[in-house]
Design a protein around this ligand. Structure first.
Ligand code: ADP
Ligand code: MG
Length: 312
């Protein structure tokens, strides 16, 4: 749902959670909105406004392209959407059950943008519901995801709160990556960051991000990885980066690394299941090696300048 809001060019995204998302998960954005006439189809499976031509499949710039998120949600929770585009005079509100719009969308007050409200998650699937962790742990997971998207999309303001409470996460619109790392993680991390950027024409990838220098270390490796703007896991890459640091950090301690990797869309498997975040891509070993090599070079450079700085 966050990705839908980003696709809609929102500059502010507010997430509200009740009971770890089990009772309520609401995402409000100020994006382009959904046209009244499109309400009837947004929750049908494989309905997407993001694939206009078959060729687009080879060149997916938006997050969504399968039209499955809202459809799936409407089968396992109570889904309500309120939305207003800039061309409509008022907002419209509608409920969805099992992929189908219930009645006609009703006019209602509302600002431009969309509010997607998901209530009583897995109300009809007790087995799935029991598989979830405690509300506190689920909230923690939501908070991690929101924080990471806020760092990766620093121009967009993000808010996360439990209903009736103040925001736990609040990043302003038009912020910076480092500022959001400070807000979401800590100043301890933010002040030890070095930036990196590389481009490889042969392997056709770009990488940029921030990594902590050797003055920082932690018991836990915090690794934020976005591939083509989607939050994913890649154990291969994670291990290799940790290895780079092992030479420079005390034993059993780890860095903080935020890495945004852009790959040729055709080389990422677009058919990975949407709930599976572990990804594989073409030339993975070579790309991992190239990225890790560049990070090590950058780390050494920052290390030298640090030594120089402390001696001065
Ligand atoms: P997908 O993102 O793969 O297209 P979804 O099920 O996530 O599929 O969404 C279906 C459609 O609903 C989207 O293509 C988009 O047109 C519309 N939509 C969903 N969320 C939003 C939003 N926050 N703002 C504007 N349009 C939205
Ligand atoms: Mg989507």
């Amino acid at each position: 749902m966050i990705e839908n809001s980003l696709d809609a060019h929102s500059t502010n995204i507010q997430i509200t959670v009740k009971n770890g998302g089990l009772k309520l998960l609401q995402i409000q954005d100020n994006g382009t909105g959904i046209r009244k006439d499109d309400f009837a189809i947004v929750c049908e499976r494989f309905t997407t406004s993001k694939l206009r031509e078959f060729d687009d499949l080879q060149n997916i710039a938006t997050y969504g392209f399968r039209g499955e998120a809202l459809a799936s949600i409407s089968h396992i929770a109570h889904l309500t959407i309120v939305s207003k585009t800039c061309n409509e005079l008022c907002a419209y509100k509608a409920h969805f059950v099992d992929g189908k719009l219930q009645g006609a969308p009703l006019p209602t007050a509302g600002n431009q943008g969309t509010i997607v409200t998901v209530e009583d998650l897995f109300f009809n699937m007790s087995v799935r519901k029991k598989a979830l962790r405690s509300p506190a742990e689920e909230y923690q997971k939501i908070s991690e995801v929101v924080g990471k998207y806020a760092i990766h999309n620093s121009k967009v303001g993000f808010g996360l709160r439990k209903s009736n409470e103040n925001n736990d996460i609040r990043t302003p619109p038009d912020s910076t990556c480092v500022e959001n790392i400070r807000i979401v993680y800590s100043n301890t991390i933010a002040r030890e960051l070095v930036d990196f950027e590389l481009e490889n024409d042969i392997l056709k990838f770009k990488a940029r991000g921030y990594m902590t220098n050797v003055n920082y270390s932690s018991k836990k490796f915090t690794f934020l990885l976005f591939i083509n703007n989607r939050l994913v896991d890649c154990n291969n890459l994670k291990k290799c980066i940790d290895q780079v640091y092992a030479t420079y950090l005390p034993k059993n301690s780890h860095p903080f690394v935020y890495l945004s990797l852009e790959l040729d869309p055709v080389s990422v498997d677009v058919n990975v299941h949407p709930t599976k975040h572990e990804v594989h891509f073409l030339n993975e070993d070579q790309i991992v090696e190239a990225v890790c090599g560049a990070l090590e070079t950058r780390l050494l450079k920052s290390n030298n300048s640090r030594v120089y700085y402390t001696q001065a």
